[in-house]
Design a protein around this ligand. Structure first.
Ligand SMILES: NC(=O)c1ccc[n+]([C@@H]2O[C@H](COP(=O)([O-])OP(=O)(O)OC[C@H]3O[C@@H](n4cnc5c(N)ncnc54)[C@H](O)[C@@H]3O)[C@@H](O)[C@H]2O)c1
Length: 362
């Protein structure tokens, strides 16, 4: 069994296939002499590289593999250059395809290479982390980091297909898996209260990585992201709701030092912060705020900076929020919840209130 979601972006539209053992290449039919470069990281290549290369070879494609080290450090210009070299060695032309086999790092990096090599060649996402399946592989944001900050260079560039094989999740560490679940919970808060309740009622199945349950859950997240992206592909408006919890998350990641917390862990704590502010500013129900906190805890996620083992200073957090690239003129903007399943974006909040919520005084 598998589920198919269509991302409706007219001529740039594509399908996402989700299920156990789904394979990429379903959008390639009847073409001859297609060259494919599979880009992966060292961990994913070791686990799945042979399997996917063999599958694509069996479809009659010419396959070459390129591997970057596992980890965020590979989202760098030097690896873009390395991949251009690999693309040249593989003889990629305008009909060729880059397949990103891995998590968000590989997807963002390989997507950027695909967007720019020969002014853009086809690109297939094969996400292998929960975060990549529900978030980064869908929507067309590609990019790399600069020494000055994360995701500062990039392009909006849609894949031609996304093939999410749930079976790959079995080898993902519990910590990475839980980190991706933070984004799943986010969709419940910003869009779909039923999804939120469904996860609450099925925490065990989620933690057990029950494929039957995950298929519906991942598909629903992709459906929501696809709808948001359809309406606002380039984040000029409503796409900002996907940043629920992220204003504080980015600050936490920066102040704690990148790598101390995984992105989803910071998002989890950031969502609880945003929910608390929402109670005061938008009439979000206190009970729902507690439900959010409990759900995140049950999924094994942190809910405040104190869970890092370090109590952070407000001034450091405030300064980090002011330098966030998603703010305007140094003023951080928040996505706040009115009720489960409904949020507003672009909210500016008085600093005294933010400080008190951060200190746990409100
Ligand atoms: N483009 C977007 O819209 C978007 C959205 C959110 C995040 N991102 C980006 O995504 C990146 C984070 O992605 P991520 O959380 O997937 O991290 P990641 O790609 O670094 O993967 C996490 C770790 O898990 C390993 N791994 C991946 N799949 C595995 C598997 N099936 N089994 C065992 N190990 C596996 C990887 O080797 C890596 O060590 C960040 O760079 C972030 O900026 C992009």
């Amino acid at each position: 069994m598998s589920k198919k979601i269509h991302v409706d972006l007219a001529e740039r539209g594509y399908d996402i296939l989700i299920g156990r053992d789904v394979r990429p290449g379903f959008s390639i039919t009847g073409e001859k002499d297609v060259r494919v470069l599979i880009v992966s990281d060292s961990t994913v290549d070791r686990l799945y590289g042979d399997r996917y290369a063999e599958f694509l070879l069996s479809k009659g494609l010419e396959v070459r593999r390129a591997v970057v080290p596992a980890g965020e450090e590979s989202k760098a210009l030097s690896y873009v250059q390395k991949l251009y070299d690999e693309a040249m060695k593989a003889g990629l032309d305008r009909h060729s395809i880059i397949v990103a086999l891995g998590g968000g790092v590989v997807g963002d990096l390989a997507g950027f290479v695909a967007a720019t090599f020969l002014r853009g060649i086809r690109f297939i996402q094969v996400p292998t982390t929960m975060l990549a399946m529900v978030d980064s592989s869908v929507g067309g944001k590609t990019g790399i980091n600069l020494p000055q900050g994360k995701n500062l260079v990039g392009a909006f560039y849609q894949p031609v297909e996304v093939a999410a094989d749930l079976a790959t999740l079995t080898t993902l560490s519990s910590r990475e898996y839980a980190s991706g679940l933070a984004e799943v919970v986010k969709y419940g808060v910003i869009w779909d209260a039923r999804l939120f309740s469904l996860i609450e009622d099925n925490v065990r199945r989620v933690l057990d990585r029950d494929f039957d349950f995950l298929e519906g859950m991942v598909a629903r997240c992709c459906e929501i992201k696809a709808e948001v992206v359809r309406v606002d592909e380039k984040e000029t408006g409503v796409r900002a709701i996907l940043n629920f919890g992220h204003t504080m998350a980015h600050a936490l990641e920066k102040v704690l030092g990148y790598g101390k917390w995984l992105h989803g862990e910071a998002v989890a704590a950031g969502m609880v912060f945003a929910a608390r502010v929402s109670v005061l500013e938008k009439g979000f129900a206190g009970d729902d705020c507690d439900r959010l906190e409990n759900l995140l805890k049950n999924l094994g996620l942190p809910v405040s900076d104190a869970d890092s083992g370090i109590k952070l200073s407000w001034t450091d957090i405030r300064d980090a929020m002011s330098s966030d690239k998603k703010g305007k003129s140094g003023i951080p903007r928040f996505v706040l919840a009115e009720k489960l399943g409904s949020v507003v974006f672009g909210c500016q909040i008085a600093e005294e209130m933010l400080e008190k919520v951060f200190a746990g005084k409100l």
